[in-house]
Design a protein. Sequence first.
Length: 394
Amino acid sequence: MPHYPVARLRPERRKSVLAGHPWIFSGALAQAPKVPDGGLVTVACDAEILGTGYYNSRTDIAIRLLSRRDEPVDAAFFERRFRALADERAAFLPPDTTAWRAVFAEADGCPGLIVDVYGDVLVVQFHTLGMDRLRDPVVAALRAVHAPAAIVERSDLAVRRHEGLEDQPVRVLEGACEGPVTFRENGYTFHADVLKGQKTGFFLDQRENRLALQRWCKGRSVLNVFSYSGGFSVYAAAAAARRVASLDASAAAMDLCRRNLAANGFGFPDADFRTEDAFEALAALRPGEFDCIIVDPPSLAKSRKQLKNAIKAYTTLNRCALNALPDRGILVSASCTTHIDPLTFSKILHHAGTQARCSLKLLESREQAFDHPYNFSFPEGRYLKFVVSAKIAP
Ligand code: SAH
């Protein structure tokens, strides 16, 4: 007997599931399974069992798969999975690094769940109804594998409403956590506000890109636009950049940015901590003031509908940065919009260059850090682009 009520797939949809895609759309089901929304199902096609997942009738994605087998999804299940992930991360993490993504949703076989580690504090996000219903076994397994001092829940996510979930304010699930936590990354010290900061508190997905940046900004005058808490600023300063200016619309982010630079022994004049709008500031930059500009905006398209405007905004931002750079200046441009693939992003940069009457020579192109993986069977998980190029003036 299967472990859960059976959800039957239309035979013609079997191939996509076997190819490793973790989503089953409602149209792929022969009939709705007899479980309440958020309940576990065993997925089958004719007599063949294809896996175990959770169901939601309210979303286009009817089932997200947790396993390719028929098995109980309980604390032991998550414990096995979290332990394997923790071992893998530990093997690959760079030295002197205490913050990392322990669980990255679909790519790690746990759709709807994100877990970030900041020293001995865990930050968890439940994105979907199905995963929210599994919170008890998930938290028990996290406790067993990571033995954290505190677990913070950051399920303050708009997507939850589409799932039929109630809003969930930020809360501390276990232990005590007042806000900023201290961690190490590649030998640098950082503070992240895990209660009020962006996402879970820090952009861990750029860890390896921050390291890569160091090669290109030595001796340069760097402007870090959309700096948030100064991740790129710290690495640039440590790479002996001549000057590092940080710019972000958020005053709280700028405070943390200053703290993070100071924590690593770097200080810059007040004028180089700019709480400003990036679009206005980039358009008003004095040409030649900076010879390395980093542009890493928040996701500018949450859905396909916003794609056209997002492409326009990326083009404008990068055009303005290019206008302000001297010949051979370095543009470091990132995009975390899933809907823009790497090729499209390079076309956007090319277009921005054309508008700024220069060409761009690629120096380095990168994606998300290894602890934010994507599977080739699930291209939707591929979202981060990080492109370093040199401006070539005519
Ligand atoms: N580069 C950062 C992450 C950027 S997150 C890092 O590596 O850590 C996006 C940031 O953009 C947020 O800090 C947000 O406050 C800021 N932001 C959003 N809109 C902005 C705008 N119009 N002008 C300036 N900053 C903006």
